[in-house]
Design a protein around this ligand. Sequence first.
Ligand SMILES: [Zn+2]
Length: 254
Amino acid sequence: MDTKDVIYELRTKKGMTQDELAEKVFVTRQAVSRWENGETVPNTDTLKLLSGLFDVSINTLLGSPRQLICQCCGMPLEDEIIGRDKDGTLNEDYCKWCYADGTYTYSDMDDLIDVCVKNMSGEGFTEEQARTYMKQLLPSLDYWKRYEELSDDGQFDALKKQLIQEINDLHIEGMPKLEKLNALVGQYVNLEYRLPSGKSVKFLDDGTTYLGNQLESESGEDLCYGVLANMDFIMVCTYRAEGADPELLIYKKR
Ligand SMILES: [Zn+2]
C-alpha cells in the first residue's frame, strides 16, 4: 500500500475529515488532500505527528518499505509490538520486550538467548538449532554492536537484582527462590482476579512492560507462582495451568 492510501485509510477509520486531520498536525487541508492524491508525502516532522496521532509506525505510514526487525532480539516487528520511548512515541528499532518506556531490558546476551530459545522451541526448531541461530544473529544486531554506548552502566540490572532480593525476602511459603526476572508485556500476564463480591479485577496495564517470572511450586502439585514487579510495586500470585484460578498473594507498593 502507498502512503496516500495508508493516510486515507487511517483518517477515514478514525472518522476524521481532511480539515480535522490538517488541524491536528498543523498543516492546511490542501496539504492533506495532496498526500491523499499522492502528489506529496508528509515531511519527517509531520510523519512523527501522524505516527503519534494514529499510533502506527512511520514505516507503516510510508507503506512498509522495510521489514522492521528488533535490533536487540531479532524479532520481526509489527506496529502492535514496537517498543516505546518515555513519552509514548514508538521506537521502531525495538520490540516492547527489549525496550520498554525508554529502558533497555536486556544487558546480557546469554539471558536473552535463553528467553528466545524457550519461546522458539516447538516452532520446528530443536533447542540446539535455536540456540545456534540466536548466537549467530544477535551479535549482528545494532543494540549489541553499540552496547557500550546504549547500555545504562548496569542501572537496570541493579534494579532487577534489588527486586529479586526484595521478593525473596518476602519468604512466600511454597515458592521457590527467585533467580531471574524477565521482561513481560502486560497483556500476556494480566490475569483477572475474582473479588469476594463476585466482581473481577485486573491490576496491570496491557501495554506496559513489567519484570516477572513464573515459578513452579515445590510441592509437586500443578501450581505456579507468578511474580511481577517494576519500580513501583511487587505482586505475587498463584495459578493453575494456563493461568486458571488465579489468586493474589501479595500486592505491595515499593
Ligand atoms: Zn526485541
